[in-house]
Design a protein around this ligand. Sequence first.
Ligand code: ZN
Length: 383
Amino acid sequence: MTVQSKKRIYPVSGMKKILFFLVLLTSIGSLAAQPKPTPTNDTPEFIDHFYTNVRDYIRIPDIPGYLTLKCDLHIHSAYSDGSVWPSVRVDEAWSEGLDAIAITEHIEYRPNNQNGLLQGDHNQAYRIAKAQGDRMGILVIPGGEISRYKPLGHLNAFFLQDANALNVQDSLKAIDIAIRQGAFIMWNHPGWPDRQVTMYEEHEKLLREHKIHGIELINGPEYHPRAIAWCREYDLAYLCGSDAHGLIVTKYGTARMPRPMTLVFAKERSIEGLKEAMFARRTAVVFHDLLIGPAQYLGALVKASLRSTPVSRDESRKISTLDILNDSDISFKTVVNELPVILHAGRITRITLPDSQTELEFTNCLITENEFLSMPVSFLQGN
Ligand code: ZN
C-alpha cells in the first residue's frame, strides 16, 4: 500500500500573519533569554531568574496625617513550632507587599528544640528576621507569644527587649516582665481552642490594670466577632494575624493579599512609628474585603479610596448619576436606593442616587459586632 502525501498550500490570512509574527517574537524572546557560554565561562547564569524580585503593590491608601502600614502581627518560624526559617518570613512579607511583621515564637513551647537542636535563645528568630528585614526594607517587630492554657490562653508581647526574660513559670509574672520592657500586649485568638470567646477573671484583672492593649479579632481563618465589642468597651486595638506556622502560600494560596492584615495608621514607617500608633489604638483589621475598626479610621479609609465624578442629573426625579472610582484593593459593599451595590476594587461603578438617601452604609466595614460604618452621602461630593 502506498501512502500519498498531499501538500496543501493555504492562503495566509492577515490574522495568521500576525499570529506568525507573535510566535516568532516569542521564540526570539526565549532564545535571547538563554545565557551564552563565553571563552572563559562555561557556566553562564539565567539573568531573568531575578523574577523573584517582584513585590505586590497593595492599594490601601494612607489616611490624612498617617501612613497605612500593612502588618502581620502573629508569625511563627522554625524557632518554636513552625517549619519556616525566620528570614523566609521576611521574604514572604516583602513579595506580598507588607510593611511589617512581628516574630512571635512560643516562649514555652519549642518542640523543634528537642535535645537542644536550635542554636540561639528566644531572641534568635528575631535577630535572623531583623537582619533580613534590614536588607529587604521590611520592619520586624521583636516579640514573643506567652502560651498558656485557658483561662489565660495565649498573649503576644510586642516590642520586647529580651524575650528570654519571659520564660518564667508564673504567667502573670511573664506579662509583668513584658510590660516592664515597654511591651504592647495582644490577647491572641480568644476563641482558641474551644471555640468559645470567653473573658475570664484573669483577663478582667489584666484589663483593669491596663496590661492588655489589643485583641486578635481574626487569627488565620478563625474569626472572633464576639470580641469586637470589647475593643470599644475596654479601649483595645483592633488586631489580627496569620499565626502562620508553615509557608503562607500553603495556608492561604497565591491570591494577592492572602492573609489577614492589621492596618496600623502610623506617623512614620518605623518600629517606633508602629509602637506609637498601636498604643494610640490607631489600627484596623482587613481580610477578604472585610474591614473591622474604629469608625474614624474606616471612614478615613473609605474616603481616601473612593472618588466620585458626576455623570448626570434628573431634576424631575430628584436623582443623580455618579461614577464611583474605587482606587483601592478592597471591594466595598454598600446599599444604594435600597439595593446592594459592590464598589469593586480598582474599578468604576456607576450608581444612581436618589436625593432622599442621605447616608451610605458600608456593609463590609464593621465598627462593632453588628454595626456597619455609615457615612453621609455628602462625603462623595468632596471626593
Ligand atoms: Zn501563635
